[in-house]
Design a binder for this molecule. Structure first.
Ligand code: SAM
Ligand code: SF4
Length: 452
């Protein structure tokens, strides 16, 4: 395994989209093109599956030094109300373009820290969104809660509004690791919010754990996973630490590179964690995600209907996802669009009645075929290669896969590509074989985190 890790541990995308954001054709894009594509697909999506909405709430009170999310650190809570006003105004801008009321099937509050906002502000936000939208009969409402500032009132208010799913950021319980990542958070606090959520009736509680953080050892992974298993969340995200200091600036430099477990050492933490999770009845569903047999994510993985979008893995697929708030990404199947990342600039654009989309990509036929292939690999660990014959010569793809076939990471038989158990660790590398943009235009400097 060690030599395979040395061989395949290269910078590579996580494929929350294809093409990946650095390769979007931004020159050939403007907000009107995005809105035209969205309108066409909105009609189809709304009348069949409904649509998804992602709302980015960027504020956090304190900076965690590992964090790769778009966030703005402040203790000034007076920012809450104008930000909610801006998101609701952005929603109204979209509604002007639609002939019918959106039917929302999935809505997720992400961040930053959604629970930075007071419960009454979150209530105003959700009620404002649904003032002009209907709920799909199978709606899934979820949010990310920081255990240190999620209160019973947050959980109760959101539950009463229909939220049944919550994920809590845990990362690691070890004191030394917590100090290095500037995130002091006790087991008791996580236990308290988990129990409150469960007692209120939340049906899917998730905990985020990261491997590859500074000073992590197999002992800290062992303790963190066993403590987590004691609290029995329905899902566990077991993320690989993405070290991307060149994007996030000095914010991540709360520790030295030497303090990080690397390559083989990091992979061992994952293998060890995965074994412990499996011993505690969690099943691996897609990359970095585990779920109990009873959870909807596991059921959709088993039935082959698991989907992945900018919010992560989901059992629900809609053709259209509208992202509201600073840095949010929207997707209407054949086009992506991203909002202004800078919170102040985002607020200014909204103030000036401008749709805050600043970049995006319209997918051509080839992009769509590759996108579909990558989604299959990442969600089902297999794909039918005959579907790509319109854009690739199968022989060329087999040649590109040759080394991975020899290393027993994939099996190609009768036009079916199947990722082996051994290959699951290298799923990002397998997707890279189909990534035409990356192959034709290799970045000169590192823009992606390492694949392992
Ligand atoms: C927006 S945060 C969660 C909500 C809340 N802000 C909190 O920290 O509890 C989403 C999750 O992304 C993951 N994350 C953030 N930065 C990461 C990185 N550099 N590598 C891997 N996972 C990361 C963490 O597990 C985190 O819980
Ligand atoms: S991990 Fe969560 S709380 Fe910490 S800085 Fe990132 S978004 Fe904010």
């Amino acid at each position: 395994m060690k030599s395979l890790i040395n061989k395949y541990n290269v910078p590579g995308p996580r494929y929350t989209s294809y093409p990946t954001v650095p390769y979007w054709n931004t020159q050939n894009f403007d907000p009107s093109k995005w809105l035209n594509n969205l309108n066409k697909n909105f009609k189809i999506s709304n009348s069949t599956d409904g649509i998804s909405v992602y709302i980015h709430l960027p504020y956090c009170e304190s900076l965690c030094t590992f964090c790769g999310c778009h966030k703005y650190i402040t203790k000034r809570h007076e920012v809450e109300s104008p930000y909610i006003d801006a998101v609701l105004k952005e929603w109204l801008m979209y509604l002007k373009h639609f002939d019918e009321k959106p039917i929302i099937k999935e809505l997720h509050l992400g961040g930053g820290t959604p629970t930075f906002f007071a419960p009454n502000e979150l209530k105003r936000l959700i009620e404002g969104i649904f003032q002009y939208a209907n709920k799909h009969h199978n709606i899934d409402l979820s949010f990310e809660g920081h255990p240190n500032n999620t209160t019973e009132l947050h959980l109760k208010t959101l539950f009463d509004l229909g939220f049944k799913r919550v994920s809590f950021g845990v990362q690691d319980y070890d004191e030394k690791v917590q100090k290095a990542i500037h995130r002091i958070q006790s087991y008791e606090k996580v236990k308290e919010v988990t129990y409150i959520a469960r007692n209120l009736g939340y049906t899917s509680i998730s905990h985020d754990i990261i491997y590859g953080l500074p000073f992590q050892t197999s002992k800290s992974i062992h303790d963190t996973i066993l403590k987590t298993a004691e609290l029995a969340p329905d899902r566990i995200s077991f993320y690989s630490y993405a070290h991307v200091p060149w994007i996030k600036g000095n914010g991540q430099r709360g520790f030295k590179d030497d303090d990080l477990p690397k390559d083989d050492e990091k992979r061992k933490l994952y293998e060890y964690g995965r074994t412990l999770l499996e011993q505690n009845d969690y099943f691996e569903v897609g990359m970095d995600h585990f779920a109990k047999e009873s959870d909807a994510l596991y059921l959709s993985f088993k039935s082959g209907s698991l989907h992945r979008n900018f919010m992560g893995y989901t059992p629900l697929k809609t053709k259209v996802m509208i992202g509201l708030g600073a840095s949010s990404i929207s997707d209407c199947d054949n086009a992506f669009a991203q909002n202004e990342k800078n919170v102040k600039k985002y607020l200014d654009l909204i103030e000036n009645d401008q749709i805050p989309v600043v970049k995006g990509h319209i997918l051509n036929d080839k992009d769509l075929v590759i996108r579909h292939t990558i989604l299959n690999i990442i969600c089902k660990f297999k794909t039918d290669l005959s579907s790509i014959s319109a854009v690739f010569k199968i022989k060329d793809i087999e040649n590109r896969l040759r080394e991975m076939i020899n290393d027993e990471l994939v099996i190609v038989d009768d036009n079916q590509l199947i990722v082996t158990e051994k290959g699951k660790a290298f799923v990002r590398n397998i997707c890279m074989v189909f990534d035409e943009y990356l192959i034709n235009d290799k970045p000169e400097t590192q823009i992606f985190s390492m694949t392992i």
